[in-house]
Design a protein around this ligand. Structure first.
Ligand SMILES: [Zn+2]
Length: 481
């Protein structure tokens, strides 16, 4: 049964970080006291009417354009009927057969640089349900449930992909890079922990070469990409096992338990006709002005994946550099400013390496710190013209983090400038004379001892010597090279 292939599609719910909810003036909130952001509209009092949030429409269009979706000239809202305590109207206003964003495609990049193309089926607007909390455990076996309507009515975009993914690892890569793109668009804070981005995976298996889809299950409620990847992996294994033992996969919703690695069944999946969709009579169609859509298209920021390619091809960064630098829009802006003033590759090294390492201890990000992009560029310049050694540059950086002064000022104030070659040579001579045993080891070809000499030189010079220069001088003094 090794010739079964997994077929995976995902549905991603993204909460839009707008000031107000989808159909009323309440502020969406996370973490506030329960039921403090509600009004007659989002609590479904009789006689109220929904009004579409224009900013939510704008953000849905921005997402659709970034995913290469066809934008519908006219889309409509439907009522999706189901009875559950998280839904006071007993229906959710959503989009059904005419979503605002139709077919598109998203290309992610795997670690080896290869492309991962995923078809986008649609991206539509809807409202979030309220939040249910089950006391005394999870849904099964809970001894009571409470509902918080703060989340109810929060604008959501649901992105649905084609079943184009073939492994759990690819699924995680796609979702991480999609999230990164959404962050660059500034439409959502995309927090998996807080639930402002949620992903469900539809998983099935089929014989390799088959064009027919197998029976799928829906893996729900994953609050991290790592768990989702492991959950998809576990579900693929479970389905392979069922088929290997001659059984049939049931269409159902399943849940992955990260602690035990087990898959449990939640309920049989409802067919879409169970929702009795019908057009929302209280809302007019969404018909965005084509000129507006074109303006939004022209205003799109540079997205992380094309940007990654550009950083590698035009600026000489490695794939790994580019991946780190495109980690957030703030870091990209920070890097770009530095790279405009000094060698981009060196700026990338210092930003992703030493700067982030030193700031991590303070719990700061580069753009929040005393170190400006111009400081980074100046430091790279001081290294390039030999004013400071690499170890001294790290101290200069620490000084800039502390004081916010220019690197050149820190070099001056702390005496971190590179030593005069003659002075360094004299110091090396003294060190070699004072350590005849180590010098003999070097003569005997034990190159490891070089670390000892470099360490001594750094101690004597306060880190103001370039390790390579030290090594050359030690060789010259001991071996006459
Ligand atoms: Zn409200």
């Amino acid at each position: 049964m090794s010739d079964l292939e997994p077929v995976i599609g995902v549905e991603i719910h993204v909460q839009l970080s707008t000031r107000t909810k989808m159909f009323c003036g309440c502020a969406p909130s996370f973490g506030d006291a329960p039921n403090t952001h509600t009004c007659p509209v989002c609590l479904a009092h009789p006689g109220v009417l929904p009004v579409v949030n224009g900013e939510a429409v704008r953000r849905a269009l921005i997402i659709g354009l970034a995913l290469g979706c066809e934008i519908a000239p006219r889309s409509i809202f439907h009522r999706k009927n189901y009875f559950y305590p998280d839904l006071p109207k007993a229906y959710q206003i959503s989009q059904f057969d005419i979503p605002i964003c139709g077919r598109g495609e998203f290309t992610a990049i795997r670690e080896d640089g290869s492309e991962l193309k995923v078809g986008i089926t649609r991206a539509h607007l809807e409202e979030d349900a309220a939040k249910l909390t089950h006391g005394g455990g999870r849904r099964a076996g809970a001894d009571g449930s409470v509902v918080d309507f703060n989340r109810g009515g929060t604008p959501l975009v649901e992105i649905v992909t084609e079943p184009d993914l073939r492994s759990a690892a690819d699924t995680a890569i796609f979702l991480r890079q999609l999230r990164q793109t959404l962050l660059f668009l500034g439409v959502s804070d995309c927090s998996m922990e807080e639930g402002s981005m949620r992903a469900d995976a539809n998983v099935s298996v089929r014989p390799v070469g088959s064009q027919t889809l197998g029976v799928k299950t829906e893996l729900k409620n994953m609050n991290s990409f790592r768990f989702l990847e492991r959950g998809v992996e576990a579900e693929i294994a479970r389905q392979r096992e069922i088929i290997a033992s001659g059984g049939h996969v049931q269409q159902e919703t399943v849940h992955y338990e990260p602690d035990t690695g087990h898959i449990t069944s939640l309920r049989s999946k409802e067919e879409s006709h169970d929702y009795r969709y019908f057009p929302e009579p209280d809302l007019v169609p969404v018909a965005p002005d084509p000129a507006w859509v074109e303006r939004l298209r022209s205003e799109q920021p540079e997205l992380p994946i094309p940007l990654r390619r550009r950083l590698v091809v035009e600026m000489g960064l490695t794939q790994e550099d580019a991946e780190v630098i495109t980690g957030s829009p703030e870091l990209v802006a920070y890097f770009m400013e530095a790279a405009g003033l000094a060698d981009p590759k060196s700026c990338a090294n210092w930003i992703r390496g030493e700067l982030r390492a030193q700031l991590r201890e303070l719990g700061q990000e580069p753009w929040e710190s005393n170190v400006t992009p111009a400081h980074v560029a100046a430091l790279v310049g001081l290294l390039a013209d030999g004013t400071v050694s690499v170890p001294a540059a790290k101290e200069v950086l620490a000084g800039v983090i502390e004081t916010g002064d220019d690197p050149a000022t820190v070099v001056e104030a702390r005496g971190l400038g590179q030593m005069d070659a003659g002075d360094l040579s004299a110091i090396i001579g003294e060190i070699v004379n004072a350590n005849p045993d180590q010098a003999q080891q070097l003569r005997d070809g034990k190159d490891k001892v070089m670390g000892f000499f470099v360490g001594q030189a750094m101690k004597r010079t306060g880190g103001r010597a370039e390790p390579q220069a030290v090594q050359a001088l030690v060789r010259a003094a001991v071996l006459g090279e």
